[in-house]
Design a protein around this ligand. Structure first.
Ligand code: TYD
Length: 202
């Protein structure tokens, strides 16, 4: 079972992934959590190149795809083959939205490149954290972390990201939208409900 979490900045994906891991393990399931760009050393190194440089959108698309290939082959595929539940913080849809739509590389091109690098598989379930970017960016600025160059993009950029995800959620059946403006407990409830409806847990 391959579950991906998607959404804009500050939507709370990482917090919820950790809660979900524990919940699923308590049900006796084997779970690994991972993130993109990164997940394995080679891909984390590519992540540094992407984050530390201003790069052309097509170069950026290729770097994310290269990192994804490394991550998929070395970590995700072996875990799925071993029957584990894999929960990934961002995956192919981040590229479709950020590079394909917002950076105008084109949805079809980005999707084709990415399907190729992941052997044409698709996540079984994608949870989209829908949130007003003004709230998301406020949450990010309150964190004690350094902001990356995406966090520093204009509000218009983040509004386009949200619109992009909404568009995908209408055309892809595996997408489930959750309201990420709610409290941590309420968002967890929404996610556990999705786990039940989709048969991940009984
Ligand atoms: P990061 O700080 O890792 O995570 P998050 O925003 O999920 O807490 O930032 C990841 C950034 O990389 C985010 O702004 C989206 C961007 N990104 C892409 O543009 N394309 C991709 O394919 C992926 C995986 C991420």
């Amino acid at each position: 079972m391959f579950i991906t979490f998607e959404g804009g900045e500050g939507a709370g994906k990482t917090t919820q992934i950790n809660i979900l891991k524990k919940y699923l393990e308590d049900q006796g399931l084997e779970v690994i959590i991972t993130r993109e760009p990164g997940g394995v050393t080679s891909a984390e190194n590519i992540r540094a190149v992407i984050f530390d440089n201003e790069i052309d959108p097509i170069t950026e698309t290729m770097l994310y795809a290269a990192a994804r290939r490394e991550h998929y082959i070395k970590k995700i595929k072996p875990a799925l083959d071993a029957g584990k539940i894999v929960i990934c913080d961002r995956f192919i849809d981040s590229s479709i939205v950020y590079q394909g739509i917002v950076r105008s590389v084109g949805v079809d091109l980005v999707e084709n490149i990415n399907k190729y690098v992941i052997n044409n598989i698709e996540p079984d379930l994608t949870i989209f954290f829908d949130l007003d970017p003004e709230i998301g960016l406020k949450r990010v600025s309150l964190r004690n972390e350094q902001m990356n160059r995406f966090d520093k993009e204009s509000l218009d950029f983040h509004l386009k990201v949200r619109k992009g995800y909404k568009l995908l959620s209408k055309t892809r059946n595996r997408f489930v939208l959750i309201d990420a403006s709610k409290s941590i407990e309420e968002v967890t409830k929404q996610i556990i409900n999705i786990m039940k409806i989709s048969g991940v847990v009984k």
